[in-house]
Design a protein around this ligand. Structure first.
Ligand SMILES: [Zn+2]
Length: 260
């Protein structure tokens, strides 16, 4: 199906080694295929790479931050680095930041919470939205954003929680991002959530190179696959894909207001 509206991939890690062999070709192709993409950082190195891509390609934007799986290496002075980078015209958010209780070899949970809260405070200070990663930490996450998230806006990327938690997050003003996992056969519960998210709080993403949507599951993901995610969402919600894609691009620009 040919659509006039182009999708915006609100979350893609183009700095990953998966793209080392053909990154420039991929970016050149994407320029004609998508509305734009946000490359979030996970540490100093990937945040800087994201800024580099954003400086090179007009349709690419960067976020800077420390991912919960990386915060064991984070130093106090790295916060000042993030603050400095946040002033760059194409750095549109602090992220990705959050909590990950899935892996046992992650940073200790108290340290994850400390670094997460510090970065929430930074986002408030510099006036940027946040891109949040929450894996198996829904209870602590909800408590922290309710307590520490005042005055902040942001997105829960690749949302994976319950409908109940989704309602709480929506009440707090957050957006919810949906990716390839919402197309998987076993994701019935997630599609139920997807059905209930108000149209003006919905973002699409790929989380490339991971979580490739059906029917390409298992292969390297690509920001152009945001279209498959959006088409599936339109089907689940019983609306026209064109309209939903246009609305979600509008949402991207409303949340990340440095994007033109
Ligand atoms: Zn990510």
């Amino acid at each position: 199906m040919m659509l006039k509206a182009r999708v915006f991939d609100s979350h893609a890690h183009m700095d990953c080694p998966h793209y080392d062999a053909d990154r420039e070709e991929v970016f050149a192709r994407l320029r004609g295929e998508i509305d734009g993409l946000i490359n979030p950082g996970c540490d100093n190195e990937s945040s800087l790479k994201a800024i580099g891509y954003a400086e090179t390609y007009d349709f690419v934007y960067a976020a800077v931050g420390w991912h919960p799986q990386e915060v064991l290496r984070m130093q106090d002075e790295d916060l000042a680095r993030l603050e400095e980078w946040s002033g760059h015209p194409k750095v549109v958010a602090i992220g990705e930041i959050g909590l990950d209780y899935y892996y046992d070899d992650c940073a200790p949970r108290p340290l994850q919470r400390k670094r997460f809260i510090e970065q929430l405070d930074l986002a408030r200070k510099v006036g940027l939205p946040v891109i949040i990663h929450d894996r198996d930490a829904h209870g602590d996450m909800l408590e922290i954003v309710a307590r520490e998230g005042k005055g902040l806006s942001g997105v829960f990327h690749c949302y994976s929680g319950s409908l109940e938690t989704a309602r709480e997050l929506l009440k707090l003003g957050f957006y919810l991002g949906f990716g390839g996992s919402s197309t998987f056969k076993n994701a019935q519960k997630l599609r139920e959530v997807l059905k209930h998210v108000p149209e003006d709080r919905l973002l699409f993403e790929t989380d490339s190179p991971y979580l490739t949507p059906m029917p390409y599951r298992g292969r390297r993901n690509d920001p152009a696959h945001t279209l498959l995610v959006a088409q599936n969402a339109a089907l689940v919600r019983g609306v026209e894909p064109e309209e939903l894609i246009r609305k979600s691009s509008e949402n991207v620009r409303k949340l990340f207001d440095k994007i033109r």
